[in-house]
Design a protein around this ligand. Structure first.
Ligand code: HEC
Ligand code: HEC
Length: 355
């Protein structure tokens, strides 16, 4: 790996990841340090997985920017009373979702109205949040920070807190080479941390990339069933086609109108982003409502629990007009076995993403 020394101490190769580079299989962006500590030699690396489709958001990485983004992500200073960090609701061991929480839990013990999503492979997300309300990664942090039930902090106050802090002054300067702490740098650093959260080393990935991952007979049957019955929506190796759909979990499309709130087109009432299924074994409870605790319940829902509403997705209406997906008990169990091969222990335990 080539290492270009920019100044006497730090050696930095920062590469803007270009969408067409994906065609060249795996591209490594290596950020290395010329410091004495050998552990710091590979501060972090961002690899573009060969089995992923086209990337939607470009992030330019630097070691200092990533480290600053990580510190911000885990710092409760971002909330009004300095108690809640991004990491409070997005926990690494459950793929940066909120463990055991149906709805996320924010400042003053308040509950939000939706289940916290996992954070992984965000550079491949077309839109963010269950309703697709944000299109630009840099805008993401403003939502939780200003949300009265999440972090409830004023952005001007937040900037004051950061500017009053010696360590942040030092880290912003080292990342952006200026004595300035502003919202552009703040969101850029957080985007670097969020963008680096790539999960692509599950057993399934190693199987499809021919890197020695083995799937059992049952898991392979699960994969075949999954392709036939689920992949029209949970498409590609990201397991989402980035569309907004109603998968029949609610009896009303008025209680939470989802993507409709953003685009105001009636056909989107009660539709939500098709979520990725990576690390799905770990990210329960499931759906934007957090209504299912187990994958067994999810599969049972698709087999026999789908509810009729005006915008229910056509893929969930059978030819005879009955609802749901044709799935025997065996097929359900096989699909669950397959879904568990999407667990990526390297990602869940990667120390460079930990506090
Ligand atoms: C109080 C809990 C809470 C806190 C604190 C919080 N989040 Fe979230 N986050 C959520 C919930 C809930 C959702 C899903 C909300 C929705 O879609 O309506 C979410 C969604 C997201 C998403 C969308 C992911 C996707 O795939 O669409 C991103 C990115 C994100 N949060 C990043 C952050 C960052 C960065 C911070 C800190 C600045 C943060 N969150 C703080 C609860 C929280
Ligand atoms: C018509 C499109 C569609 C089909 C087909 C479909 N899903 Fe989904 N799936 C969705 C949508 C949309 C959501 C999110 C719904 C919500 O929260 O409102 C979802 C959510 C999920 C979740 C919960 C994810 C999370 O993070 O909470 C799982 C698990 C899941 N689907 C598995 C499957 C499996 C397995 C199949 C095949 C048996 C399948 N899906 C078929 C659209 C679909």
């Amino acid at each position: 790996m080539k290492c270009v020394c920019a100044d006497s101490c730090h050696c930095l190769t920062s590469v803007v990841m270009k969408i067409h580079l994906i065609l060249l299989a795996t591209v490594m962006v290596l950020l290395t340090s010329c410091g004495k500590d050998p552990m710091a030699e590979r501060a972090f690396e961002v690899a573009i997985p060969a089995n992923f489709p086209e990337m939607k958001h470009e992030v330019k990485f630097t070691k200092e920017g990533f480290n600053l983004g990580k510190k911000l992500f885990y710092d409760p200073i971002l909330s009004r009373d300095n108690t809640i960090s991004c990491g409070s609701c997005h926990q690494q061991h459950v793929a940066f979702s909120h463990a055991d929480h149906r709805f996320s839990h924010g400042i003053d013990n308040q509950l939000g109205k939706r289940n916290a999503t996992s954070l992984q492979n965000l550079m491949w997300n077309q839109d963010f949040f269950w309703d697709g309300g944000v299109h630009d990664m840099g805008q993401i942090p403003f939502n939780p920070i200003q949300n009265p039930v999440e972090m409830d902090e004023d952005l001007a106050v937040l900037l004051q807190k950061l500017r009053a802090n010696d360590e942040y002054r030092r880290m912003f300067k080292s990342a952006y080479k200026e004595d300035t702490i502003n919202l552009a740098y703040f969101t850029d650093a957080l985007s670097q941390f969020m963008g680096a959260l790539i999960s692509a080393n599950s057993r399934y990935d190693k199987y499809v990339r021919g890197e020695g991952g083995q799937l059992s007979e049952t898991e392979l049957r699960g994969l075949t069933n999954f392709k036939a019955k689920c992949s029209s929506c949970h498409a590609t190796d990201l397991f989402t086609d980035n569309s907004f759909r109603n998968n029949g979990i609610s009896t009303s499309i008025e209680s939470d109108k989802g993507h409709y709130e953003i685009v105001l087109l009636p056909k989107y009432k009660g539709t939500f982003k098709v979520p990725t299924l990576r690390n799905i074994e770990k990210t329960g409870p499931y759906m934007h409502t957090g209504s299912f605790n187990t994958l067994e319940e999810v599969l049972k829902h698709y087999a026999q629990g789908v509810k009729q509403t005006e915008t229910l997705d056509k893929a969930l209406i059978k030819e005879d007009g009955s609802l749901g997906i044709e799935l025997s008990e065996t097929e359900q169990a096989e699909i669950i076995a397959f879904l568990k091969t999407l667990t990526d222990e390297e990602f869940l335990n990667n120390k460079s993403f930990s506090e």
